[in-house]
Design a protein around this ligand. Structure first.
Ligand code: PMP
Ligand code: GLU
Length: 390
């Protein structure tokens, strides 16, 4: 079969590919410890499950409005106001099949052939693929351990050309956990002033913050930033709801929201009605205690994993302020991250994701969204593997 050029341009998500491989190896009886999935190991809070059961019993099993029920969009608008100081009305919001779908819709709606999209590297695997799929050109800005993996305003300014259509900001970041401060975002805002550049602000990990660091929503910086920013968020990571598929985008631009609604009306239609109903419980703050206890647990695991990894001769890691990933520097041992990760899996049964998948060789990503025993055992195996190399 001759496939479309459009689909041939796509690569498979490396994070999903490695997680699937680790799962298959485990199922075939291999002793594999997996740190590859960007997925909390916690169960969804009971109150959310109860709300889903209530939805079923109430017969909330029919199509809803394409963009999501008014009640659900109201809950998103209230959340964005209460927690992020953002003024959106329900008609500024579209509920999507996870934030990945929000990003897909956004890129499809605004990127034209040849448009440049600035993406700080290392980046989450999906962004460049979505840019390519929409005919655009990803333009990468390299960051490093030395800048705590954050793009500076100067780097952004240097990367802008007349073709720049969009810049992607992910804070806290996947794969580095870097969190932009308010003043860093203000500097970025200053660079964007007077341009037509759209900001895609991926705020998926906003609740997973450590050492008392605070989150600033990109659109809250100024009126100018509010107007150019599309806020993207969801419940997968902070509320342990990856399988429910709930994401959303918000923008004050009516034309954009109408275009995305049109696209969604011809593709997925509404996301499932039960998830929408149950999501309101999370958005209203009814499981904030559960969210906070997961965060506390993640912080403990981060401290443990960082301490253990930094003790290994040849490896180093910047302690991240957010999310649940460590982006580990392996350059003293091996610069080819694919080779390192393949051999690590084959020799000691540890699955981590090569930095190359995130646009930066010489690193691997380890997700610490797993229990302490697995972290201790897994990093013990990594130590053994590294010792055999140097
Ligand atoms: N953005 C980032 C930065 C992510 O890591 C993920 C993880 N899958 C997503 C968006 C999408 O999440 P989901 O589709 O589960 O809402
Ligand atoms: N975002 C998660 C990760 O980075 C889930 C996998 C994916 O959607 O790519 O591992």
């Amino acid at each position: 079969m001759v496939l479309s050029k459009r689909v041939n341009v796509l690569s498979e998500s490396m994070t999903i590919a490695i997680s699937t491989l680790a799962r298959d190896l485990k199922a075939s009886g291999k002793d594999v410890l997996s740190f590859s999935a960007g997925e909390p190991d916690f169960d969804t809070p009971q109150k959310i499950k109860d709300a889903a059961i209530e939805a079923l019993n109430k017969g909330i099993t029919k199509y809803t409005a394409v963009e999501g029920t008014v009640e659900c969009r109201k809950a998103v608008a209230n959340k964005l106001k209460r927690e992020n100081g953002l003024d959106y009305t329900p008609s500024d919001i579209v509920i999507n099949v996870g934030a990945k779908h929000s990003l897909f819709n956004l890129f499809q709606a605004v990127i034209e052939e040849g448009d440049e999209v600035i993406i700080p590297a290392p980046y989450w695997v999906t962004y460049p693929e979505l840019v390519l799929y929409s005919g655009g050109k990803p333009v990468f800005i390299e960051t490093s351990d030395a800048s705590s993996f954050k793009m500076t305003a100067k780097q952004l300014s240097d990367a802008i050309t007349p073709k720049t259509k969009m810049v992607v900001i992910t804070s806290p970041s996947n794969p580095t956990g870097a969190v932009y401060t308010k003043s860093e975002l203000e500097e970025i805002a200053e660079v964007l002033k007077g341009t037509n550049i759209i900001v895609a602000s991926d705020e998926m990990y906003e609740k997973l913050l450590y050492d008392g660091s605070t989150f600033t929503a990109t659109a809250s910086i100024s009126k100018d930033m509010y107007d150019r920013t599309v806020t993207i968020n969801g419940l997968s990571k902070s509320v342990a709801m990856t399988g429910w598929r709930f994401g959303y985008l918000a923008s004050g631009n009516k034309e954009l929201i109408n275009a995305i609604n049109k696209l969604q009306s011809q593709s997925t239609s509404n996301i499932n009605s039960i998830t929408q109903y149950a999501a309101i419980t999370a958005l209203n703050g009814d499981v904030d205690t559960e969210i906070e206890s997961m965060r506390v647990e993640f912080e403990k695991r981060r401290n443990l994993a960082c301490d253990l990894l930094n003790k290994i001769d040849g490896l180093s890691v910047v302690k991240p302020s957010g999310a649940f990933y460590l982006f580990v520097n392996i350059k003293k041992v091996e610069t080819d991250s694919m080779k390192f990760c393949k051999e690590l899996l084959e020799e000691v049964g540890v699955a981590v994701v090569p930095g190359l998948g995130f646009g930066m060789d010489g690193y691997f990503r380890l997700s610490f969204a797993t229990d302490e025993k697995t972290i201790i055992d897994g990093i013990g195996r990594i130590e053994k593997f590294v010792k055999s190399r140097i």
